[in-house]
Write a protein that binds this ligand. Structure first.
Ligand SMILES: [Zn+2]
Length: 290
């Protein structure tokens, strides 16, 4: 149990395209659109090249949202019982927080939908395979998640899982949406390395996830987070650290090619956001000590 059973969910913030066809198209190898996708993790576990995982085709017209099962996600009680409703609950809570946060700053938050898909999906950033993991696509202002990733987080990345591990992943992707709205996202692509722009962008998204976690109960969707749940988020953040993934896939750690930050860095910035609860705690771009 982590959601308030009586909370009212808004399933309209999530689209479900699982089971829809992409019309027999194959993924384009080396297609465009890579630079505009923001991932939770560069998925090296498959030994694959990211360029082969995201194609450049236009969104398919036969891939229509299927809202039937999501429409049964009405309460926090539903979120406590069904994974897809849990995603709805997290998306609702995260967007409620950022709406209030932007209002207090005299700005207006622009909502972003989350798309639940399976296997592959047509997006404004091209056709993506679930092998890329969760990602935010700026051109169509959507977060994309294959729920199978949460299993892989445990089986392939060695995380212990748990509800708030999922909440962290969703909140991280919405962190990129916040960066998109504030103009901090465009500078993120390209520069690798432990103190490079890419790592700073990713660590800020982790910090934003922590800021949301600080206020999660105040959004009215979640019960107060327990120390164990925060541990789930920290564990997930560490599992997708560049050093952990490199050690697992290459047998060695090479900070010069980091794009998302080490396990320790990702935990540090989530914790910083969580403890301070303020967006300004997340200025990773000017931090001298990442
Ligand atoms: Zn990211």
């Amino acid at each position: 149990m982590s959601f308030d059973p009586n909370a009212r969910l808004d399933p309209g913030q999530v689209e479900d395209v699982r089971g829809s066809r992409i019309g027999g198209r194959s993924l384009a190898i080396g297609g465009g659109g890579i630079g505009t996708v923001v991932l939770l993790v560069v998925y090296l576990l498959m030994g694959g090249n990211l360029a082969g995982l995201v194609g450049s085709q236009n969104p398919s017209s036969d891939q229509q949202p299927q809202t039937s099962t999501l429409q049964q996600c009405n309460t926090g009680s539903d979120a406590n019982q069904r994974e897809e409703c849990r995603i709805v609950g997290y998306v609702n809570s995260i967007q409620k927080f950022w709406t209030d946060e932007f209002n207090q700053a005299g700005a207006q938050y622009q909502p972003a939908k989350t798309v639940i898909y399976s296997d592959q999906v047509s997006t404004g950033c091209g056709v993506a395979s679930s092998q890329v993991g969760p990602f935010y696509c700026p051109p169509d202002i959507r977060v994309y998640i294959d729920l199978g990733f949460f299993q892989e987080l445990q089986t392939q990345f060695g995380a212990r899982g748990g509800s708030l591990a999922e909440g962290y992943v969703v909140a991280h992707e919405y962190g990129h949406h916040i960066q998109d709205l504030t103009g901090q996202l465009s500078s993120g692509s390209g520069q690798q390395g432990a103190i490079g722009v890419s790592v700073r962008t990713e660590l800020q998204a982790d910090c934003f996830a922590g800021v949301w976690a600080n206020h999660a109960a105040a959004t009215g969707f979640l019960e107060p987070l327990t120390a164990d749940q925060i541990g789930q988020a920290l564990d997930a953040a560490a599992a997708v650290g560049d050093d952990r993934i490199q050690r697992k896939t290459q047998g060695q750690v090479n900070p010069e090619t980091w794009t998302h930050g080490s396990a320790a860095q990702r935990q540090k910035w989530f914790t910083k956001g969580y403890k301070q609860g303020q967006r300004r705690a997340c200025d990773t771009f000017h931090a001298t000590n990442l």
